[in-house]
Design a protein around this ligand. Structure first.
Ligand code: AOS
Ligand code: ZN
Ligand code: ZN
Length: 426
């Protein structure tokens, strides 16, 4: 299944006039506020978010999994699915692989296929949370933190191998997420587990190429329900500092206890130059991995407000690696990812609308009401025509969901792949 230019032009035609009217109306009103609309549109078109290879099939829970027909069952098909999303949205120009779920057989062919789909390879992800077939050591009681040396060494070697695979694909970063922790009080010695983790990460770090980054992801609970070794941004930050300047903290929006002020974490990390990567999703309770912006869109906007501030004012922080980390239980995964991309762009666009100079002045005057008004004025602007314009500028669909449906993408995928497919690694 490949969507071509003609397909997109034909669906765009139906909504072009309506779009033009809405865009003109918005552009005029932004013009009156002295906002450079062309610049805004080009900033939006440049914003690209990676799609993880594991988000393209139905996720499920420990209670069951309901397949979505026509799911990808090989790396090639996963790349094609991201290609579909990217051709419609022009916002998903990268794929993030998970090893060993996605080990390529023929590297050149995989690279060619990615290039044909206008995709690059984002961070490679290691997996030390599952025991692989024929593995010598088990991760049942931890990987990089394990009390025993052989499983620690196996996990270190795996991460180094992941970097080698990434090098062949042109990736430039490794994401480490650990399931390590304990299920019951007394099970682990916290200090020993942390020390082992730090030493293991340093070993991996030694093998990182000069132009690579290592992202250390944190999460408070799950799969362990009493303690997690890298439970919060502070622990991740400490470990990244211990490793060196190529190591960074990765923020996953679902990895915080309820009501955590994530925007403040983002801001602190950027000030310290240590925000390396970002996993977008939304949640109501925990690591729900729901569609971005579906539950707390205002929080997402506030987070983007800090990201925009940081990108403009913190040259000490590299440009962060953006990725969606979601799971789909009842929706078509491709439609869900398109919705997520739209929500990300929407929050970004609104954050770009915040008048930072006036906000600073309001803060200096302790004008709390005005500060809030400035944020909410940006948030309340309907920016969707800007997003559509940004997509159009790169040859994408004005309305990607509608295009996906009218091109009958899922039906073509089912015809190609059959009804009873199971995405590998899910
Ligand atoms: C797990 O909760 C983390 O969010 C990981 O980033 C990711 O979902 C995992 O590595 C994929 O299996
Ligand atoms: Zn994540
Ligand atoms: Zn997660």
């Amino acid at each position: 299944m490949k969507i071509n230019k003609e397909n997109i032009e034909s669906v765009n035609k139906k909504v072009a006039e309506n779009h033009l009217n809405q865009f003109d109306f918005l552009a005029n009103s932004l013009d009156q506020k002295n906002i450079d609309v062309d610049k805004l549109v080009s900033e939006l078109s440049d914003f690209q978010v990676a799609i993880p290879s594991w988000a393209l099939g139905a996720g499920g829970t420990r209670f069951g999994r309901f397949s979505f027909y026509g799911e990808p069952s090989s790396l090639e098909q996963k790349i094609e699915d991201v290609g579909v999303i990217h051709s419609l949205t022009q916002t998903a120009g990268a794929i993030s692989l998970h090893i060993p779920w996605d080990v390529p057989e023929d590297y050149n062919a995989i690279k060619e296929l990615a290039a044909e789909n206008d995709l690059i390879f984002d961070a490679v992800n290691s997996n030390t949370f599952q025991d692989q077939k024929n593995a010598k050591e088990s991760y049942k009681f931890g990987s990089l933190s394990n009390v025993n040396k052989p499983p620690r060494e196996q996990a270190i070697a795996h991460n180094i191998e992941v970097v080698e695979i990434g090098k062949k694909l042109g990736s430039k970063s490794l994401t480490v997420w650990l399931a390590d922790g304990s299920n019951f009080p007394g099970q682990n010695n916290f200090q020993t587990a942390l020390k082992h983790t730090e030493d293991s990460l340093k070993e991996i770090y030694k093998n990182l190429p000069e132009d690579w980054k290592m992202f250390i992801e944190y999460k408070p609970y799950e799969p362990n329900f009493y303690s997690t070794v890298i439970q919060d941004w502070g622990t991740s930050f400490m470990l990244a500092n211990a490793c060196g300047e190529k190591a960074y903290t990765l923020v996953d929006l679902g990895h915080h206890l309820p009501n955590t002020n994530i925007e403040q974490i983002v801001s602190t990390l950027m000030l310290k130059g240590k925000l390396g990567g970002f996993h977008f999703n939304d949640s109501k309770y925990g690591d729900d991995d729901s569609t971005v912006g579906s539950v707390k869109p205002y929080s997402l906007f506030l987070i983007f407000n800090e990201l925009v501030y940081g990108m403009r004012n913190n040259p000490q922080n590299p440009y962060p690696a953006w990725m969606i980390d979601a799971s789909h239980n009842v929706k078509d995964p491709l439609e869900d990812l398109v919705q997520s991309l739209e929500a990300i762009q929407e929050a970004y666009a609104k954050a770009l609308l915040v008048n930072q100079d006036e906000l600073k002045q309001a803060q200096l005057n302790n004008d709390v009401v005005l500060a809030q008004e400035l944020l909410q004025d940006a948030y309340r602007t309907d920016v969707r025509p800007l997003l559509a314009q940004a997509r159009l500028a790169r040859g994408g669909a004005l309305n990607p969901i509608q295009a996906y449906r009218s091109l009958d993408v899922r039906r073509s995928l089912i015809e190609e792949r059959g009804r009873h497919t199971v995405a590998s690694g899910l």
